[in-house]
Design a protein around this ligand. Structure first.
Ligand code: BES
Ligand code: MN
Ligand code: ZN
Length: 503
């Protein structure tokens, strides 16, 4: 799939354009919009019956609505109209949605040479071009690796963004790098737990390292023991699969002004341990409990290809399974993390924070300017924010703001949540320094507070709870049903924007 920009507007572009499928966005058809100049252009191009046909088929141009019109013997042979809603409310999210809806309809119609004509006024043409191209590519992503007979839909060869200056084609390099990272993350999350094992994550890191010349260190169980990672290893000890502690490093060719550490939860399966997940707790979905590590490795894939200047990035994943056998942790066991803190494991199902504790201590030892972790950490976050918004906790207002903006630029929603110190009371243990689980109310907040204990004081740190957003039961926006690859676009945008020069 190749992208290009065609500078002319709809009216003049179409004369010379020989593509087979054209997607045109239309604002909502309330009486006030009767004069929408785009409707006039359509009438001029395709005849007066067109708008009548739209009315007949009750097309009201609501966001997400689309209609395909086949034109036998004419060019373009398929015309797809997509709704943009009210003009005053149209934004970057709207153009993303319209691009995805249009691309899916075009693909269903067998488009080979696709044109997209959407209004970019007021959105910033560069940001709009990037949003459109990412939406087309990501909404058409297919993953049939586990079907014995794959039947992929044919994708368009060429996608032209109409009405955009060819200078904006420069952004397609970033589009390709970003989407490759999102696709990798989706594949990792979608892969079943008998395929996406800790070894598989380490192999994936090795492939990225080899392809792009990144540095890779994989710490085995013995190496982690030597570093005193009793929390991480406690989780891993009930599994027959060896844990892998993955550390991938991107160094820019010139000097680095900023050093960033990205940490991802990498539970390739979470049974809950002896606090076994029960019916209704979605145990069969717990392959996606490595969604944080998928986002981090996906971002590594993107950053390696983009080669941003001035920033050094460390990608860290403490990967294992949370399983049950004769050596698994008992509820009530006390473990010692690599910073010396003792933790009473009062619930073996709060395992993610135990693995992250040692991963965060390791990350802080690298003396980065900023640490960001991503984790499918709590069901409580899913209940609080649903499937479209990730929770964000941060010790730094500047970092929180930069991440929210990066999310907006990439099309991922983050909502800042409080690190309320008094809630730490809930993690008090009578026998150890702390316990791993607090009361059910505010469960995603106590989880974040637990993590904060393993981050160096005064270091800018942010935690993203992506439990709700890594998986989607149905197709939504640019996301197919299934793995979303959530987190990659936020991380890539953030690193591109100078990796939070302001923290
Ligand atoms: N991986 C789960 C969190 C999760 C639950 C993600 C549902 C996505 C959907 C995590 O390890 C977990 O089990 N958390 C517990 C914590 C509790 C025991 C304090 C939870 O959220 O129930
Ligand atoms: Mn769990
Ligand atoms: Zn988990």
């Amino acid at each position: 799939m190749e992208f290009r920009c065609i500078p002319q507007d709809l009216a003049s572009a179409l004369g010379a354009w020989a593509g087979d499928t054209l997607v045109v966005g239309l604002f909502a058809s309330g009486d006030s919009n009767r004069e929408d100049p785009r409707r006039q252009v359509l009438t001029n191009l395709f005849g007066g019956e067109l708008l009548g046909r739209l009315e007949q088929r009750q097309f009201t141009a609501k966001p997400g609505e689309s209609i395909s019109i086949e034109r036998l013997g004419a060019s373009p042979q398929t015309l797809i109209l997509v709704g943009l809603g009210e003009a005053a409310e149209f934004d970057l999210a709207g153009i993303r949605m319209a691009s995805a809806v249009g691309a899916r309809a075009a693909c269903a119609a067998g488009a080979q040479d696709l044109g997209l004509c959407l209004p970019t006024e007021g959105l910033g043409a560069g940001a709009a071009a990037r949003a459109m191209a990412e939406a087309v590519r990501l909404s058409l992503f297919q993953d049939q690796r586990f079907k014995s007979k794959a039947e992929p839909k044919a994708l368009p060869n060429q996608v032209s963004l109409m009405g955009l200056d060819s200078a904006h084609q420069a952004c397609f390099a970033a589009v390709d790098a970003t989407c490759a990272g999102v696709e990798l993350a989706r594949q990792l999350v979608a892969a079943p737990p008998n395929v996406a094992t800790p070894q598989h994550l380490a192999d994936t890191a090795a492939q990225i390292a080899q392809a792009y010349g990144l540095e890779l260190k994989v710490l085995e169980r013995g190496d982690c023991e030597a570093l005193g990672m009793g929390a991480f290893l406690g989780v891993a000890q009930g599994s027959d699969l060896p844990p892998k502690f993955i550390h991938l490093t991107y160094r820019p060719s010139g000097p680095a002004q900023r050093k960033v550490a990205l940490v991802g939860k990498g539970l390739t399966f979470d049974s809950g341990g002896y606090n076994l997940k029960t019916a209704g707790s979605q145990i069969e979905m717990m392959k996606y409990d490595m969604g944080g590590s998928a986002a981090v490795l996906g971002a590594a894939r993107s950053i390696a290809q983009l080669q941003p200047a001035g920033v050094e990035v460390h990608f860290i994943v403490a990967s294992c399974e949370n399983m049950i056998n004769g050596s698994a942790v008992h509820p009530g066991d006390i473990v010692t993390a690599s910073n010396g803190k003792t933790i009473e494991i009062n619930n073996t199902d709060a395992e993610g924070r135990l693995t992250l504790a040692d991963a965060l201590v390791y990350a802080c030892k690298l003396e980065p300017d900023v640490v960001v972790d991503l984790a499918t950490l709590t069901g409580a976050c899913l209940i609080a924010l649903g499937e479209e918004i990730a929770g964000l906790w941060s010790s730094s207002d500047g970092l929180a703001e930069a991440l929210v903006h990066a999310g907006e630029a990439g099309g991922e929603a983050l909502w800042r949540m409080p690190l309320r110190p008094s809630y730490k009371q809930g993690l008090k243990s009578p026998v150890a320094d702390m316990k791993n689980t607090g009361p059910r109310p505010g469960g995603s907040i106590t989880a974040a507070l637990f993590l904060q204990d393993f981050v160096s004081p005064n270091l800018a740190w942010a935690h993203l709870d992506i439990a709700g957003t890594v998986w989607s039961d149905k197709e939504r926006g640019l996301d197919p049903a299934g793995a979303t690859g959530f987190g990659v676009r936020t991380l890539v945008q953030w690193i591109e924007q100078g990796a939070a020069t302001a923290t």
